[in-house]
Write a protein that binds this ligand. Structure first.
Ligand SMILES: Nc1ncnc2c1ncn2[C@@H]1O[C@H](COP(=O)(O)OP(=O)(O)OP(=O)(O)O)[C@@H](O)[C@H]1O
Length: 573
């Protein structure tokens, strides 16, 4: 991304705060004015001292300047510090909201850890950058103001100073862009570090069982080393710029002292003027170091803004505009609740269709089981029903109305989904059960826990402290709270205990008596229990019917059932 685009992104982030920045700038300029006046007032004190007149006025002016300067400086510091925090918070808020409005597949395409570092680490860099524009203008004005006042005091001495300023400026324009490059590289390494670390911690059991701890940690530490190496490079360049600037100014102080002393000796310059001039030379260090620091911060901010801007490429789900609410009375009881007509979908423009011309009706009541070989499109079908993925061709209808006439929210409010992996969300078991319906009463929680045979489970326990089977039943209980119209259940492939299997079975049966249940069936008992079975193959509906019909007529179905039978009862093998 070109630097101008990144800079524009940074400016977009800063724009809402322009008023505060303007106030910061005004305060900065006022502080600058006070600082610029101080040497002249000092000269006035010295001159008055020489003349032997009453010193009260000049000294009071000098003291007043110091107090006012300190007060303005303090105000500006707090103002800009608060602004910086607000800008970081705004950036974090907008990214977090964007993540949760994003299309599921767009989000899942990126490593989670990388997405996390954009919120935690990249936004942090905006902190320094937020004040940098104000700082740069302030420092520029301070620099020019100092040079003008130096010109007023003595042109010859100004010549010596300018030589140092020119050398320092050239050096900065050469070295500063390199700091930006190093910082971008460091941030990218931090992103890789986050992605790798998150993935490895998530798979910690596999990592340990594979005795891959050292290999994994070495790889992750490699990313950390990269980040450190790039940051060290940035630090070295900063240090070089800083040291050479300091030395240049120090050298010019010595030259100015020598030239000034000689000129004072010749009677061409008053000693008080030399003192004031030297004070300006020391003050010059302020704007110069401010310029260096702010340019460095700006480079870091531009790098961060660039990385934050990349998140714009994450596609969002269309916003949910309130439309005509669902009227259950209007939907004919006999009509299917969900209908797919010629639905084709793919995961990328060049990918082959994951489902192809699917025609399917889900009756308002009863259990429909989806079976098919791996990669047949079962999960894709669920993603389409849940609107994680949009069809390329064809339509999906809910209560006879196409999905396009419902909001994402309205569709999802009618469905309950139990994932195969059955993840628990952060919090205790009660939080997990109330995840879809936060207002559910304790009574309701007890009822669904009883339904999945987890009565007596301590709902205040941490949700991660439960067994795999319990986790599946908690996920099912969450889906059963407040009776959904359609229960979508992606059955776990892992073997579960008999009690869990029986509990799941009973729940499916009870739900199917009053509503629609669609399962991606991985268990023989689920298939045998279904009212209707849909066989998917290569993204198409191969056939559908009851177990008896399909077993008699379809080979693929027979083979799938045999495989499940062997899995269910290894003794058969
Ligand atoms: N996120 C994805 N990105 C790209 N392609 C995908 C993605 N998910 C699935 N596919 C592809 O879409 C096709 C259908 O996959 P899907 O996951 O729907 O199959 P499935 O029947 O659920 O398989 P399994 O039983 O193994 O879970 C496969 O060819 C798969 O490679």
């Amino acid at each position: 991304m070109p630097d101008t685009t990144r800079l524009r992104t940074l400016l977009t982030v800063l724009r809402p705060h322009r008023r505060t920045m303007l106030l910061g700038l005004v305060l900065g300029l006022a502080a600058n004015g006070v600082a610029l006046a101080t040497p002249l007032v000092t000269k006035w004190v010295l001159d008055t001292f020489d003349d032997g007149v009453d010193l009260t006025g000049p000294v009071a002016a000098l003291a007043g300047l110091l107090v006012v300067g300190a007060a303005i400086g303090l105000w500006q510091w707090i103002l800009m510090g608060t602004l910086a925090e607000r800008i970081v918070l705004d950036a974090r808020t907008s990214i977090i909201r964007r993540y949760f409005q994003a299309r599921v597949l767009d989000l899942q395409r990126r490593p989670t850890g990388e997405l996390v570092t954009r919120v935690t680490s990249d936004t942090g860099l905006l902190h320094e950058a937020s004040g940098s524009l104000v700082g740069l203008i302030n420092a520029g004005v301070g620099l020019i103001g100092t040079l003008i006042l130096m010109a007023v005091l003595d042109l010859t001495l100004l010549g010596c100073t300018l030589a140092a300023v020119v050398v320092v400026s050239l050096l900065m324009s050469w070295l500063l862009p390199r700091i930006g490059v190093a910082q971008t590289a460091a941030q990218e390494a931090v992103g890789r570090l986050g992605a790798h670390l998150e993935g490895s911690l998530r798979a910690i059991r596999t990592v340990k069982a594979s005795r891959a701890e050292t290999r994994q940690s070495d790889q992750i530490i490699g990313a950390a080393r990269d980040a450190a190496a790039h940051s060290v490079r940035a630090a070295k360049i900063s240090a070089t710029v800083w040291t050479i600037s300091w030395s240049g100014i120090n050298l010019s102080v010595i030259v100015i002292l020598a030239v000034g002393a000689w000129r004072a000796h010749q009677g061409l310059l008053e000693v008080s003027t030399l003192v004031a001039f030297l004070l300006y030379v020391f003050q010059l260090m302020g704007p110069i170091s401010e310029l260096t620091q702010n340019l460095t911060a700006l480079q870091a901010g531009i790098a961060a803004a660039g990385r934050i801007n990349e998140l714009e490429s994450i596609g969002l789900e269309p916003p949910s505009e309130p439309r005509e609410p669902h009227d259950p009375a209007r939907s004919a009881d006999a009509a299917p609740v969900l209908v797919l007509r010629g639905v084709t979908a793919r995961y990328g423009p060049d990918a082959k269709p994951a489902v192809n011309g699917i025609d399917l009706e889900i009756p308002r009541r009863g259990h429909t089981a989806i079976v098919g070989p791996s990669g047949a499109g079962k999960t894709t079908l669920f993603s389409l029903l849940l609107r994680f993925l949009e069809p390329e061709h064809g339509r999906i209808l809910l209560d006879g109305r196409p999905y396009s006439e419902w909001t994402h929210d309205q569709v999802r409010a009618r469905l309950a989904y139990v994932e195969q992996e059955t993840p628990v969300v952060p919090g205790d078991i009660a939080d997990n059960l109330r995840f879809t319906h936060p207002d559910a009463s304790d009574e309701e929680l007890r009822a669904v826990l009883a339904a999945v045979r987890l009565d007596g489970l301590d709902t205040t326990a941490n949700a991660t402290d439960v067994s795999g089977g319990q986790r599946q039943r908690i996920a099912l209980a969450r889906a059963l709270l407040r009776t959904p119209d359609v229960l979508l259940l992606d059955e776990a492939t892992a073997q579960v205990d008999g009690l869990t299997e029986a509990a799941v079975q009973d729940c499916i049966r009870e739900r199917a008596a009053v509503g629609a249940v669609v399962t991606i069936a991985h268990r023989l008992s689920t298939v045998l229990d279904a009212d209707r079975i849909v066989v998917l193959e290569d993204g198409r509906v191969r056939t559908q019917g009851t177990h008896a019909e399909l077993y008699a007529t379809d080979d693929l179905y027979r083979r799938l059932v045999e495989a499940l039978r062997i899995a269910a009862d290894p003794a058969v093998a």
